[in-house]
Design a protein around this ligand. Structure first.
Ligand code: ADP
Length: 286
């Protein structure tokens, strides 16, 4: 169990990136959903012991993350948003190097582990290629392989599918979904569908604050009979925005469809709409 309590962080430039964030996260895939600038990476880096908060606490299975950094690192797998420079080193060599750093000194044990990981992330046939020459999707799959070294109990994956094409994204999400349900996996993303597809628990973060929290299905149920839609002309959208709590407007067949949040039937030609995670996301961040 990961317990984040009253975590706050203000950067030296005055940006308050986290405002009193409290989250309890159990085993399974947890989605942290929020727009760019919401504070996701700040939270992920703090959990990963790479930066400090100003106040609050984080514990993971009895480890105080903010003071027992080395203890946490032994049990952490981290795939950062930016992996930095990909060296002219093969995936196989790099995995050996990281495994050695993580204390797997027995040659045979390490060889077997590296082979198994390369197979798991479907890079075995590309194991001797330089990482620098990998595609975006291959780099992210390599990122998962390195994060899995050392049997982590906590895995943090920060915006993994940003920049991947649809096929690469699908392959990556399938891989993530295979990671055990017996560990905590936190997936930070601004892509609603990633959370839809993968997560059994989630939070929405905006402006450094947790604005929604729960199991996706329960959240959807709480929005039942609250979302209403209507086809409108493009130039009417602004007036709907003024008169209603507009959740989203999107093009469909050349016309605009607006979704509004209302606790009762707003009349005026609106029809009930089955809420999606996208509705909940936009209702909370706008
Ligand atoms: P996200 O990952 O959700 O996009 P971040 O945690 O990267 O959000 O950023 C949250 C806010 O903090 C943003 O306004 C961002 O500009 C700011 N920020 C992030 N890192 C720094 C930093 N090192 N120094 C100053 N401001 C930062």
């Amino acid at each position: 169990m990961l317990q984040i309590s009253n975590l706050s962080k203000t950067y030296p430039n005055g940006v308050q990136a986290l405002k009193d964030v409290t989250l309890n996260i159990s085993n399974g895939m947890f989605g942290l959903l929020g727009p760019n600038g919401a504070g996701k990476s700040t939270l992920m880096r703090t959990i990963a012991t790479l930066q400090d908060a100003d106040s609050g606490s984080i514990t993971f299975n009895g480890i105080d993350i903010l003071t027992q950094k080395q203890e946490l690192r032994k049990t952490l797998g981290y795939l950062p948003q930016e992996f930095g420079v990909y060296p002219k080193v093969s995936a196989e060599e790099m995995l050996h190097y990281i495994a050695r750093l993580k204390g797997i000194t027995n040659d045979n044990e390490r060889k077997e582990l590296v082979k198994a990981l390369l197979e798991q992330v479907n890079l075995y046939n590309h194991r001797t290629k330089y990482l620098a020459g990998y595609s975006g999707g291959m780099k992210q799959r390599f990122g998962i392989a390195q994060a899995l070294i050392g049997n982590p109990a906590l895995i943090i994956v920060d915006e993994p599918t940003a920049g991947l094409d649809p096929a690469e994204r699908l392959r990556f999400n399938n891989l993530l979904s295979e990671i055990g349900e017996n560990i905590v996996v936190i997936l930070s993303t601004h892509i609603v569908d990633d959370v839809n597809e993968l997560c059994n628990d989630m939070a929405i973060i905006a402006g450094g604050k947790v604005v929604q929290r729960g199991n996706p299905e329960a959240l959807l149920n709480s929005f039942e009979n609250r979302i209403w839609s209507k086809r409108v002309a493009k130039d009417e959208v602004a007036s709907y925005q003024k008169d209603y709590k507009l959740v989203l407007s999107k093009l469909s067949g050349g016309k605009m469809v607006v979704h509004v949040y209302n606790e009762t039937d707003p009349g005026n030609g609106f029809a009930p709409e089955k809420a999606t995670l996208e509705d909940i996301y936009f209702a909370n961040i706008v």
